[in-house]
Write a protein that binds this ligand. Sequence first.
Ligand SMILES: C[S@@+](CC[C@H](N)C(=O)[O-])C[C@H]1O[C@@H](n2cnc3c(N)ncnc32)[C@H](O)[C@@H]1O
Length: 386
Amino acid sequence: MAADDNCFSCAFGDLTLTRASRSHSRTEQNLQAWDAADELLLAHLAEQGVADGARLLIANDAFGALVTALPTNTAIAFCSDSFLAARAARANLLANDKPDAHIAWHTSLDAPQQPLDYLLIKLPKNLSLLEDQLYRYRHLCSASTQVIAAGMVKHMSAGAFDLFEKLLGTTATSLAKKKARLIFCTPQENCRQSGSSPYPLRYAFEARNLTLSNHANVFSRASIDIGTRFFLQQLPRAEAPLHIADLGCGNGLVGLAVAQQMPQAHIDFYDESHMALASAKQNMCDHFPQRADQCQFIADDCMASANADQYDYIFCNPPFHQHNVVGGFVANQMFHDARRALKTGGEFWVVGNRHLGYHVHLKRIFGNLVQVAANEKFVVLKVKKR
Ligand SMILES: C[S@@+](CC[C@H](N)C(=O)[O-])C[C@H]1O[C@@H](n2cnc3c(N)ncnc32)[C@H](O)[C@@H]1O
């Protein structure tokens, strides 16, 4: 991507924004770190004027376009479920010589306390996350809080509108501009008091005698993914005190199954979603309270922070999209990181849809490959670090 392509001209001035990605994938490098919904929201705020000292909460700012653009004489709570989003936002503030003393950094699980003049939400694709956030933040709103959500029309569903109406107050939408739209909501006391959050969701997985707790933004939060189910049927057993990683752990089910089959294993869980890590931790504490203390729950971009040569096994059901972008670039980064983090002789086990062609990449990176199992939809592959 040329440097000019990183130039974001918005109503608060010109910025240089990147996705701060480690990926060398062309597809990902060619993607912008903002969208027309960011532009529309910032244009609306600039037109109105944001008062000195205004208290804002920004949820789901994908790469920090909002937090970097908004005036620094405000008090901003940055709330995100994504480790990658917070990393990109910090990098973009730094790259644009913006201080961050006015910003309080929160994960999606925190409960910020400051009353709000503005609640600004970039609409997530996942309505459960939106629902969780409205329950989580609505007590910070009063009738004078401006609640504004922004999204691309293609990702905006009637369900989002209904959630604002039900959980916060009277809701209206703007006209679309460049395929983006704003949602405006006026908080009302009777809505703000109604109901309570259904999250985390819990369900039983009888085949393994496990009950799983799932925060709102977790993969397969309402039922078990069929790929994961197939993966679990193939997992190896071992008695030795091995060092294992569950990479892209979601609710930690793969790691829990490993804990059942490897009674002495020490397991680390990696994910970029804070809700995933919190769910995995809860599930380990519920089912293996004595072992949970030795586990690490690591917010990371793939396994960037892992020491080299430390794991005997790494298990992974890779994501096939990130921040609304479909592509194999995250899986590919995971494969490279896993190779680095494995001990010599260690094994990397992957489940994936047959059509994703993981075998090609794995064979290129590891120089060997065994197909452990396959059905009409999925394959389980293993490779060894030599
Ligand atoms: C297909 S889900 C698998 C979840 C779980 N292992 C299972 O099988 O149910 C992929 C997981 O990768 C995580 N993920 C996506 N991008 C990531 C990244 N760059 N680094 C670490 N984890 C990531 C997602 O949050 C998600 O939990």
